[in-house]
Design a binder for this molecule. Structure first.
Ligand code: SIN
Ligand code: CO
Length: 390
């Protein structure tokens, strides 16, 4: 169904972002300030075209949306899958097609994502791609995540507004969370190969000036509320029903209606005790951050024909999310939300597997040098987390 672009394997992280070194970008912009990064990808050729993107939006398993501004400032949204008929009847202006997780369907996009590994893999989300006709936009908004918006094709004018939050005035729209006003502070016209970085909370609005494709490299950042909820579930499982609030050696209560400071201190100490152990936190956080967004997806190899693109190497599946955590006496491997404690020889292999999406077979065979590494490697292959290309 999907024809991958035959790419030279290029999975090395970027060493610059246009005029900025990665160090400078991380120090001055990441999570702090938007950055217009000119010509990060000079001569950029998108690995996917608008027809292929529309083809993905016809599929049941692919998440897609169509946003239209049929009346000025009135955006409407429809969710995919769409039909050929939908695309055949669209007007020449003012609509945008958005397709999620294209890195899991297109090899070139997966490779592009790997170039952003100067940020840890477990922090990355999937790659969303939009295709817009002139005038197309998704409206003024802000996101809760960091995003690199790569101008892949055509031109798009971005308006940047101030930092927003839950209290910022919203537009009246039942389907989309849009801002009532963007309060424009800057505008920038992005051309193919340029990148706009937007930190969480900053208002932005990109309007296509020509037919335009934008590739969004997004990142995950759970809300602290979600973190407490998920960690709470983990503790519930670990502690069972017997570890409870306790208050031995109470003194006589003179005011039975009062919640005394001493009691607040007691519960605070119980809570603090359980968040104070870095191993408990790492064990849970690694699993939490590697959980796939949509775990019903099958491995990449079933969906993308990588034959010919890779030779003599071991390639991580596009849906597989891995990370590791090590201390002097323990090595934890996280894979799609599961945690495993590994012995030292598996740990050496695991470290390479987590740090590199593609490894040469030469290196892999040198690392798979005893029974335990062989067994573990086979497990990963059988489960579809890694694919061997000979
Ligand atoms: C788009 O690609 O059209 C929108 C991306 C965004 O604003 O986050
Ligand atoms: Co956005």
């Amino acid at each position: 169904m999907i024809k991958p672009t035959q790419f030279e394997p290029s999975v090395k992280p970027l060493n610059r972002l246009g005029n900025l070194s990665i160090e400078e970008f991380l120090l001055r912009y990441w999570q702090q300030k938007h950055a217009v990064l000119s010509q990060v990808f000079p001569g950029f050729e998108p690995p996917i075209d608008a027809n292929e993107l529309a083809g993905l939006a016809l599929e049941d398993e692919v998440e897609s949306r169509l946003i239209q501004e049929a009346t000025p400032n009135q955006w409407t949204m429809e969710s995919g899958p769409f039909s050929d008929q939908t695309f055949a009847t669209l007007p020449a202006e003012n609509w945008t097609l958005l397709v999620q997780a294209v890195d899991q369907w297109n090899l070139g996009i997966w490779e592009l994502l790997q170039q952003f590994s100067f940020i840890p893999n477990w922090r990355r989300d999937d790659v969303m791609i939009s295709f817009a006709v002139p005038g197309g936009s998704v409206g003024p908004h802000y996101d809760h995540y960091d995003v690199f918006l790569i101008q892949a094709e055509g031109e798009r004018e971005w308006t940047i507004g101030p930092k927003c939050d839950d209290l910022t005035e919203r537009a009246e729209n039942d389907q989309l969370d849009l801002l009532a006003n963007i309060d424009a502070q800057e505008t920038h016209l992005l051309k193919p190969g340029d990148v706009l970085y937007v930190p969480p909370g900053v208002a932005h609005w990109g309007v296509a000036k020509t037919s335009a494709m934008t590739i969004s490299i997004g990142f995950r950042a759970p809300s602290v509320g979600e973190v407490f909820q998920d960690f709470g579930k983990e503790l519930e499982g670990l502690l069972g029903n017997d570890t409870r609030f306790s208050d031995p050696k109470r003194t006589i209560s003179q005011s039975p209606g009062e919640l005394a400071q001493q009691d607040v201190d007691r519960i605070q100490q119980i809570l603090a005790k359980h968040v104070a152990d870095p191993k408990v936190i790492a064990n849970w956080f690694g699993s939490f951050m590697t959980e796939p967004k949509r775990d019903e997806l099958l491995p990449l190899v079933d969906r993308v024909d990588v034959d010919g693109a890779y030779e003599s190497c071991l390639v991580r599946d596009a849906v597989t999310r891995v990370a590791y955590y090590q201390t002097e006496d323990e090595f934890l491997w996280f894979c799609n939300g599961e945690v495993q404690s590994l012995n030292p020889s598996c740990a050496i292999l695991a470290e390479r597997l987590a740090n590199e999406a593609v490894l040469s077979l030469e290196e892999v065979s040198a690392l798979v040098d005893d029974e335990s590494t062989r067994e573990w490697m086979n497990e990963l292959l059988e489960q579809g987390h890694y694919h061997l290309y000979e």
